[in-house]
Design a binder for this molecule. Structure first.
Ligand code: DI6
Ligand code: FE
Length: 417
């Protein structure tokens, strides 16, 4: 905060951006856009060191000084739930869906996740990397500076590790922070049909220790649903994951109430994702366990679901709400986080401000990065964007009309990729 900085001291910065309007730091307690007109922001070694009004700024000696020309400076956007590493595409199944076949029935008939598993196993690591890079670029262009990516289309040791190595490489080679999640418990692979507990044993006893040893994931996730894993199985996975030091996330209550939310809460997970069928009792448990609700309007839209997540209950019980693309080939082929935020408003009743928080500060919480990302605040990572709009609510309102004029990741300006 500017208040804590003595006005007589001089700060040394790598970059100073002045003459901007700032969406400062949406915090959960704030009810509307926290705006600072005529603001300056400075960072050094990738962290903000001054954020506030230009008038009250100390003297700042910066290696590079940028005139923001009254543009809006916002936090970098955070897509906290994607499955963007995969082989093939499922446009053929879209045609089936359009002919009235249900998503669950396609999955039961060996399509769905399983068809993507076959296509993903067939690719080399380099091929998988290249196809995933092309899907990540549109998110980066839109202003995403942090993205979570899940495995879960390998469903055996070799291919899950291949996916996670691709995810790690995306983090290394592109100007974006990638948070990796092991979702080996996405579906029961055909080889284990009817032996789902044996497949879980494989994940718990063999895969997760390897993932840990190679540092390939921060979190472990599960698809808790009648077509995948039960709440009891999810708990067994969470117990093992927690013992190994992984954070916990869950795909829960997406297509039915399967009590996955209780499992996530019992193991102090970071987030319960989808949550269309969540009950008030479950929402209270989320509040008590400080679990973020990750809302995925792309999947709801795409599968033509009718059960909406209970936004009003999350508000009442002060459960933080994030919004993400869920970018995947089956249920949410959506490569735009700002569009997901717009869908959150139109389909579920988010206010534009709530939706903006959902792709910044609350998305950071869903990844365990609440003290590091999602806000423009001293000590936070210097991930930020300049937009030439009249007000940031336009970013949520107008679909596909806005791109940052400049963006920085960890203090470094991102090139045109
Ligand atoms: N829920 C979803 O919506 C996606 N995964 C999941 O657990 C679907 C992924 C797919 O259909 O490929
Ligand atoms: Fe998902």
């Amino acid at each position: 905060m500017s208040k804590s900085v003595s006005h007589t001291s001089t700060l040394t910065a790598d970059v100073l951006v002045h003459n901007v309007r700032l969406v400062r730091a949406p915090s959960v307690s704030e009810q509307s856009w926290a705006v600072v007109e005529n603001a300056s922001v400075a960072w050094q070694q990738g962290k903000f060191i001054y954020v506030g009004s230009t008038e009250h700024a100390p003297k700042i000696e910066a290696g590079e000084v940028i005139d923001g020309q009254q543009q809006w400076l916002t936090p970098g956007l955070i897509d906290c739930h994607t499955h963007l590493v995969y082989g093939g595409n499922r446009a053929d199944e879209f045609e089936q869906l359009q002919n009235g076949v249900r998503y669950e029935d396609i999955a039961r008939a060996g399509g769905g996740i399983k068809s993507t598993v076959a296509a993903t196993r067939a690719l080399t690591e380099d091929e998988l990397y290249e196809s995933a890079r092309l899907r990540l670029l549109p998110l980066i262009h839109e202003g995403v500076t942090t993205v979570e990516i899940k495995s879960g289309y390998g469903l055996n040791i070799e291919s899950e590790l291949k996916m996670l190595r691709v995810i790690k490489r995306l983090n290394t080679e592109l100007p974006v922070t990638v948070s990796a999640t092991c979702l080996a418990a996405h579906a029961v692979p055909a080889e284990y049909l009817g032996r789902d507990d044996e497949y879980l044993d494989l994940i718990i006893n063999e895969l997760l220790p390897l993932v840990k040893a190679e540092g390939l994931a921060q979190a472990v996730d599960v698809f808790c649903e009648s077509i995948a894993f039960s709440a009891e199985q999810s708990k067994r996975l969470f117990r093992a994951a927690k013992d190994l030091g992984f954070a916990i996330k869950g795909h829960v209550e997406q297509l039915s109430d399967s009590q996955g939310t209780e499992a996530v809460c019992e193991y102090q997970g970071l987030s319960a994702d989808h949550v269309e069928y969540v009950s008030e009792g479950q929402v209270k448990k989320m509040a008590a366990a400080n679990v973020t609700a990750v809302i995925l309007p792309g999947a709801f839209y795409f599968l033509k679901e009718t059960q909406k997540p209970p936004i009003e209950l999350f508000r009442t019980h002060q459960v933080p709400m994030a919004i993400a693309t869920d970018l995947n080939p089956g249920s949410s082929p959506l490569g735009s986080l700002l569009t997901a935020a717009n869908f959150g408003c139109v389909l579920f009743g988010f206010t534009p401000f709530e939706a903006f928080n959902g792709i910044t500060v609350n998305a950071a919480a869903a990844l365990g990065l609440a003290n590091q990302k999602g806000r423009i605040e001293v000590g936070y990572d210097a991930d930020c964007l300049l937009f030439a709009c009249e007000h940031p609510r336009q970013l949520i309102h107008e679909i596909n009309l806005h791109r940052p004029t400049q963006s920085w990741h960890l203090g470094k300006e991102r090139p045109n990729l």
